[in-house]
Design a protein. Structure first.
Length: 324
């Protein structure tokens, strides 16, 4: 079915941790339609940074949400079943495509941003989004059974920045972690055609106040952590995506919520800088859960703001990630 092929071609543009793109798709013709299945690709899990597969599931959740949005944009009503088979843990979701429907304008607006959206890495030239957009982003997350916390207390923002920096410094002490980071960075000589390109980072080291540590993907490994001249910038609006539970179903839902938030923000020309460090270290993640998230489970920390021209992102072709 053409709608299934086009949906997969759109889904490969979903964001993922370090641009690992840890997904595979398969399709199956049904008597009255088509089934698209989303599978985790275990060969692309970050074994050091993500031993439980939490970030892999979140990444695949973003792809699942794009599948759903794309199927709707193609004029069909998708039926999504998350974790449909307990005996097949690698099967994360089935999307069944049968009945035709009329896509809502809001869905069309999100679909238009799928290939335009880019992750930002660095400071922002201006502040965060207005209140009405933040309210819309909170609602987008709620639709996927997640919560989006808008952090406004300067003490909490400072604490999140400090915990991000602390986790980043501990991770830099771990040679296995650094090797894994380098593996996904063409900037450090990797021959990968995916991963995080060097063009994704500003030429000068940018510093926000409060400070949120940025990945350097190996560029400062042998020569300290400074890259060029430090340039001051704006933090933007700090957000935390949270869930009630902390299991695979919740992680996938968090990914779906994240994608809706990012696409809705992109429609108003706002981009997100994502910070994974403090949520990859158990001690700092637990501190954030208790002290900032009031017992809910933090899944994503991000900053939102306006940016300049986006860099070119690399994606694997749909044919490469689809098993017929």
């Amino acid at each position: 079915m053409e709608a299934a092929r086009e949906a997969i071609e759109a889904a490969v543009w979903a964001p993922s941790i370090h641009n690992t793109q840890p997904w595979r798709f398969s399709t199956e013709e049904l008597p009255d339609g088509m089934r698209i299945s989303l599978h985790a690709d275990p060969d692309r899990r970050l074994e050091v940074a993500d031993p439980d597969g939490r970030e892999l599931a979140i990444s695949c959740g973003t792809a699942l949400e794009v599948l759903r949005i794309a199927v709707l944009a193609g004029g069909f009503a998708p039926q999504v079943h998350t974790l449909p088979d307990p005996d097949r843990p690698g099967l994360l979701a089935d999307v069944t495509v049968r009945e035709r429907t009329e896509a809502a304008p809001d869905n069309e607006r999100l679909f238009e941003q799928v290939r335009r959206r880019r992750t930002h890495r660095g400071a922002f030239p201006s502040g965060g989004p207005p209140r009405h957009l933040l309210a819309a982003l909170v609602e987008e997350a709620r639709r996927e059974n997640a919560s989006l916390r808008v952090v406004t207390d300067t003490r909490e923002i400072t604490a999140l920045g400090a915990l991000t920096e602390t986790a980043e410094q501990f991770q830099r002490l771990d040679s296995a972690y650094q090797d894994e980071l380098d593996h996904w960075s063409p900037a450090f000589g990797s021959r990968r055609q995916d991963g995080v390109p060097d063009t994704a980072y500003p030429l000068e080291q940018q510093h926000t106040e409060p400070h949120f540590a940025q990945r350097d993907f190996g560029r400062g490994r042998d020569q300290g952590t400074d890259v060029g001249e430090e340039v001051p910038g704006v933090t933007g609006t700090v957000l935390v995506l949270e869930t009630d539970r902390d299991d695979r179903a919740a992680w996938i839902a968090a990914g779906q919520a994240l994608e809706r938030v990012l696409l809705r923000a992109a429609a108003d020309r706002y981009s997100a800088a994502l910070h994974t460090q403090a949520l990859e270290v158990p001690a700092t993640r637990e501190m954030i859960r208790q002290e900032i998230c009031q017992g809910r489970h933090p899944q994503v920390i991000m900053r939102l703001g306006r940016t300049g021209p986006a860099f070119t992102s690399t994606r694997r072709p749909a044919a490469e990630v689809t098993d017929d």
